[in-house]
Design a protein around this ligand. Structure first.
Ligand code: OAD
Length: 236
């Protein structure tokens, strides 16, 4: 971190765990315990049961809105300010990086606080809740849906291109709080390593996956990232 000039960070749900948001694969608590994400976060689920999918996202939206960014989010802002170049890529849809103050965030999986028309994809950041039903698109009347990427859907091509380019052009690539189970986000660490970057996996789980030569920093992101930020501030 001291020698690094160009830093890229890729985050997953683990960085928001210390803000009280359950990670994606633990998110099914309470009422939602009987549903798997794979059964809710799909275009097929929305086509069949739009209300159920809408309600699940409404629940997660409220949790995200009520949560506060934590020391891990803030440490990435510190690194962004100190680094010669820094790119943050996130799989998270909770908006906590932006609320912490990150300036350049590539959102690979969209943002839960925005919606789009399920027919033509037009995006809206404000909409009228209708209470018991899924709100209609103000332009065409089709159902609105969360502006997130669902299983089986393509990632936004511009975001993916920007993420791949950043991965190919960095000295250090941080992989933070992600189980690395979802492609293509997971493969970017290999791209970075093949292009010469040092990969540092920051994860609470000592068995977290990463490319073969990665450095593993095991522990909560809210403790490890401030240490990495401090090391970077002391760079030569
Ligand atoms: P997961 O829930 O799959 O993984 C969370 C990771 O965070 C795990 O590896 C945990 O060990 C780790 N973790 C938990 N608490 C942590 C902490 N305090 N500090 C550091 N690490 C911690 O979440 P993602 O990898 O983000 O995609 O899931 C990736 C994608 O899968 C999501 O964006 C979503 C889902 O399908 C879509 O919706 C398209």
């Amino acid at each position: 971190m001291r020698a690094a000039r160009r830093i890229v960070a890729m985050t997953g749900a683990g960085i928001s765990a210390e803000s009280g948001l359950p990670t994606f694969r633990d998110a099914q608590t309470g009422l939602w315990a009987k549903f798997k994400p794979e059964d809710l976060a799909t275009p097929e689920a929305f086509a069949k049961r739009p209300q159920r999918v809408w309600d699940w996202y409404a629940h997660r939206r409220v949790m995200a809105r009520d949560a506060q960014p934590n020391a891990g989010h803030r440490a990435l802002v510190d690194i962004e300010r100190a680094a010669e170049s820094f790119v943050l890529i996130t799989q998270n849809v909770d908006g906590l990086h932006q609320r912490a103050g990150s300036q350049t965030t590539i959102e690979l999986h969209g943002n839960i606080h925005h919606v789009k028309c399920s027919r033509d994809g037009e995006r809206f950041s404000e909409w009228a809740e209708t209470g018991d039903s899924v709100p209609p698109c103000p332009r065409c009347g089709a159902l609105l849906r969360p502006d997130v990427v669902w299983f089986g859907e393509r990632l936004p091509p511009d975001a993916l291109d920007a993420a791949a380019e950043a991965a190919q052009n960095c000295d250090v690539y941080l992989v933070i709080g992600t189980s690395g189970q979802v492609q293509p986000a997971a493969s970017l660490a290999r791209v970075a390593q093949d292009a010469g970057a040092i990969v540092i996996v920051v994860n609470a789980d000592p068995n977290a996956v990463g490319p073969s030569n990665a450095i593993h920093a095991v522990g909560p992101a809210g403790s490890i990232l401030p240490m990495l930020a401090q090391a970077h501030r002391m760079r030569a």
